[in-house]
Design a protein around this ligand. Structure first.
Ligand SMILES: NC(=O)c1ccc[n+]([C@@H]2O[C@H](COP(=O)([O-])OP(=O)(O)OC[C@H]3O[C@@H](n4cnc5c(N)ncnc54)[C@H](OP(=O)(O)O)[C@@H]3O)[C@@H](O)[C@H]2O)c1
Length: 290
């Protein structure tokens, strides 16, 4: 069986930046000269919210004639996917294998952030379970599905920059030979330090979300090194969408979700951005205000 459709999967696509990524992927892809059909898999953990968002997008995009229903080359489908649920990941993997034979781009957008000042080991564990371990587990399952020349785009954050930890920890996170086990060990060290309340002395910040995103940005570099070694031409990038008005960031944020979607969409589709930036790079828009 041959599969001619290019396939892009977006996690957390039911709202916020994820929703805008799906919409802008459809619009940008349709404006390219490629005539190869594209399937976008909008995924969400809540089936009702996910299906509603897919239906809303079908309506919104109707006048643009980019979706297959309207004579375009982009097929938009909803799949239920909770990145913290092993069975849900396995179910989606089966669908992709059977219906599409592989994936061309995986956009890891889903994440959580506690509101306000909440901080203890449970906040850290819950945040890590989605943002770090959920993303990593999904990548581990889906990496074998990514076709040669494919891409993984991790929506991280400037809030997870190396500046949030002390110099010694920063050096550990940036070591050229850090592997995934070493990174997991660092993330566990933070959890332990928060539990023992020694995190300040050890050079960690009072931030579960920031450290989870430092983990995502670091994971990206490790995966890029792995892909380079394997020689499959898979590119892995992380990015910051900027400070974007969404349920996560609130009303004060200056950017729209469409503006936040700009870098992730470029990383998914643009040929030049991949040539200009080494594998494993972290990208942010210079106007992102983060
Ligand atoms: N907004 C900003 O200013 C900003 C800045 C820097 C980075 N980011 C990053 O940008 C990405 C999108 O954020 P956003 O602002 O659009 O946030 P948002 O509006 O809160 O949307 C988050 C999305 O992730 C989904 N999600 C959460 N846990 C999930 C799980 N276990 N499985 C599957 N989906 C899950 C949510 O689903 P539900 O609707 O079911 O909760 C929702 O669709 C995140 O990675 C965030 O860290 C945002």
């Amino acid at each position: 069986m041959s599969f001619i459709t290019k396939v892009i999967l977006v996690t957390g696509g039911n709202k916020g930046i994820g929703y805008a990524i799906v919409r802008n992927l459809a619009l940008s892809y349709a404006s390219l000269s490629s005539s190869q059909p594209l399937t976008i898999l909008l995924t969400a953990r809540n089936p009702a919210l996910g299906q509603n968002s897919a239906d809303k997008l079908h309506e919104e995009l109707k006048p643009k004639n980019v979706l297959t229903d309207d004579g375009g080359i982009v097929d938009l489908k909803f799949l239920s996917l909770d990145i913290t649920d092993e069975q849900s990941i396995k179910d989606v993997k089966k669908v992709i294998e059977k219906d599409y034979g592989g994936l061309d781009v995986l956009i890891n957008n889903a994440a959580i952030a506690f509101k306000g000042n909440a901080f203890d080991v449970n906040v850290v564990r819950t945040t890590f379970a989605t943002n770090f371990y959920g993303t990593l587990n999904l990548i581990n399952h889906f990496y074998p599905l990514i076709r040669p020349n494919g891409r993984i785009v991790n929506v991280s954050s400037s809030a997870g920059g190396l500046h949030i930890v002390n110099k010694a920890l920063g050096q550990e996170f940036s070591k050229e030979d850090l592997d995934m086990d070493g990174l997991i060990e660092l993330m566990k060290r933070f959890e332990d330090a928060v539990e023992k309340d020694t995190y300040k002395q050890e050079g960690w910040p009072r931030q579960a979300y920031g450290v989870s995103k430092l983990g995502v940005t670091t994971m990206t570099r490790i995966l890029a090194r792995r892909a380079d070694k394997e020689g499959n031409n898979i590119k892995v990038f992380s990015c910051c969408p900027g400070w974007v008005k969404t349920d996560m960031a609130g009303e004060r944020a200056p950017l729209t979700p469409d503006q936040g979607a700009k870098i992730p969409v470029l990383l998914a589709l643009d040929e030049n951005i991949v040539i200009q930036n080494p594998n494993g790079s972290f990208l942010k828009d210079k106007n992102s205000e983060l």
